[in-house]
Design a protein around this ligand. Sequence first.
Ligand SMILES: NC(=O)c1ccc[n+]([C@@H]2O[C@H](COP(=O)([O-])OP(=O)(O)OC[C@H]3O[C@@H](n4cnc5c(N)ncnc54)[C@H](O)[C@@H]3O)[C@@H](O)[C@H]2O)c1
Ligand SMILES: [Zn+2]
Length: 367
Amino acid sequence: MSERIVQVDVQPNPYPVVIGPGVLAQVGPRLAERVKGRRALAITDSNVGPLYGQTVLDSLRSAGFEATLLTLPAGEGTKSLESLARVYDACAEAKIDRTSPLVSIGGGVIGDLTGFAAATWVRGVPFAQCSTTVEADVDASVGGKTAVNHASGKNMIGAFYQPQFVLIDINTLETLSARDYIAGLAESVKHAIIRDADFFAFHESNLDAIRSRDPALLPALLERNVQIKADVVARDERETTGLRALLNFGHTIGHAVESLMARMDLPWRHGEAVAVGMAAAAEMSVAAGRLDRADAERIIALLERIDLPVCAPLAEARADIHKLMQLDKKVAAGKLRFVLADRIGQATLYDDIQPAWIDAGLDRVLC
Ligand SMILES: NC(=O)c1ccc[n+]([C@@H]2O[C@H](COP(=O)([O-])OP(=O)(O)OC[C@H]3O[C@@H](n4cnc5c(N)ncnc54)[C@H](O)[C@@H]3O)[C@@H](O)[C@H]2O)c1
Ligand SMILES: [Zn+2]
């Protein structure tokens, strides 16, 4: 079987995530089936464009689209209002109307930016997402959260907006840097911890194949991630019941670590900071009496074996971490909320967090 399809069951428009080698070339025909317009604007970054831009343009053109490509600088800085303005200018130039699709080709940065442009240009145009990083394959491309950053914080300006479909071409992972590849795996471990103990064990027993990007294993790994994310999103699309909040396991301390490393001019990948955040959350879960010590050690050992960091050089920055945690989007009425693991495969959002648990978590991960 050459491709796997996971349906994301959001209403009123469920859509497929297609996973497999070479699926990038399906973008044109799949869009032609779903949209009326025959003009399309593809958006990518300066690393991904030269590698995969032409494949997407060829596919769009052979399906009858008049297609153009906008290439923006690579990096988180592109998730900005300034880049958004460039996308809108390109939409105007390409005469994108409500029937004409935008197509993202890239990781979470291009996906989030293009999705938000699609949600807002002429109050909404169709959107297809071609994912090219592990971070986007297992997490960012599924679920309809789109955004750009603001000076006051990450993802502050955004919308929930679902694509027509997502294409995850596993061949694109061959060119991804080792650092980005490994960092994205943190979200895969997160999905296993919060929802699926067997999937956690799958990581442990297939570690070499995962780390070496074995094409025989990648489809199954990515498919299970998309299933877990799609299931959570279908049950709680707008984060109203608390279920979707579980996806933030490791992210409260993780986001603080990410901001502080960036401030020190040693920017870490999001997944690296989340790995440290998950190690802290595992330790906190033990302190809270929720998780067995042995399971916390299993979590931390798996992260280490993947080559993800489990501590951050921020021992001097404890006070800053506390300050940043107060800015977390999960803070409700001034009260910190934390996702803790009850066991491997199950997590819960708690709002009765004791300072001693946070101390235990930080003691474990600050070095
Ligand atoms: N919307 C969501 O639900 C969600 C979830 C998780 C993360 N995110 C967002 O995703 C972003 C991080 O995503 P990311 O890690 O994919 O970052 P990214 O898009 O910046 O990609 C990482 C780097 O890899 C390069 N690259 C991408 N694909 C490549 C390929 N196939 N070959 C070679 N190089 C390639 C990019 O140019 C970039 O330099 C953050 O902004 C984060 O907020 C969003
Ligand atoms: Zn994340």
